[in-house]
Design a protein around this ligand. Structure first.
Ligand code: SAH
Ligand code: DHB
Ligand code: MG
Length: 223
């Protein structure tokens, strides 16, 4: 089997970005501010951001839930897909990440639409379910990978037929193909794929995408 041509994949990703994703000062500032605040460089890529934005637009999403905010890069893409009356709740464990995200989202003009909630995502989701939170149109899972199966269960309780559930980092350069992955993150991502593929309430696919290595996003629709 020929080796995967990483350089070519990178060039293609850069080409797609140059054609389809115009440079954007607000998004550039988001990354700069996250960097200055010492946040890790684990946001989605510009091409993945455009992809999430389009899925939100195509599905006509008005209410979006994000699990894992970081500096609000993916949040900005999703928030921009919503009408002025839309709502986006994003869950983040780290107060420093949440604070950085709030500043970035205000600079993006999205502070009327987006709310950053600090705390463990599972606890926040449980509180939302217990509080009778109405269902979301689109849910993006991107926090700790070990928690993915649990986040799926909770996300389903905040869904209605037609809700789109997305999850980042579910290929992990192919590590998820191991039957019994050693790394807990790989185990979590693999368990997520197995769960969404077999779930009676979901129709799903995994889409490989290039991000330094090959990673990908899972796409599910609630029946
Ligand atoms: N969606 C972001 C990247 C998120 S990185 C983007 O693409 O721009 C993952 C984030 O999840 C980190 O900020 C991390 O602090 C947060 N996180 C990790 N474990 C968490 C938990 N248990 N609850 C909530 N957030 C968590
Ligand atoms: C990493 C990448 C991500 O997209 C993420 O959400 C979490 C961690 C990583 O490369 O470690
Ligand atoms: Mg991610």
């Amino acid at each position: 089997m020929p080796a995967f041509n990483e350089q070519l994949a990178q060039q293609i990703d850069t080409y797609i970005e140059s054609v389809f994703v115009p440079a954007d000062p607000v998004l550039a500032a988001n990354i700069e501010n996250a960097d200055a605040a010492g946040l890790p460089h684990i946001n989605i890529t510009p091409n993945q951001g455009k992809f999430l934005y389009l899925l939100a637009r195509i599905s006509g999403a008005r209410r979006v839930l994000e699990i894992g905010t970081l500096g609000g890069y993916s949040t900005t893409w999703l928030g921009r897909a919503l009408p002025a009356s839309g709502r986006l709740i994003t869950l983040e464990y780290s107060p420093v990440h949440a604070d950085t995200a709030r500043k970035n989202l205000a600079a993006a003009g999205l502070d009327q639409i987006v709310e950053v909630r600090v705390g463990d995502a599972a606890a926040s989701l449980t509180a939302m379910i217990d509080g009778g939170e109405p269902p979301f149109d689109l849910i993006f899972i991107d926090a700790d990978k070990v928690g993915y199966p649990k986040y799926l269960d909770l996300a389903l309780q905040l869904s209605r037929p037609g809700t789109v559930i997305l999850a980042d980092n579910i290929i992990r350069n192919g590590a998820v193909m191991q039957e019994d992955p050693e790394h807990p993150d790989d185990r979590g991502a693999r368990a997520y794929n197995t769960a969404v593929a077999a779930h009676p309430r979901l129709e799903s696919i995994a889409l490989p995408m290039f991000k330094d290595k090959i990673d990908g996003i899972a796409i599910s629709r609630v029946k």
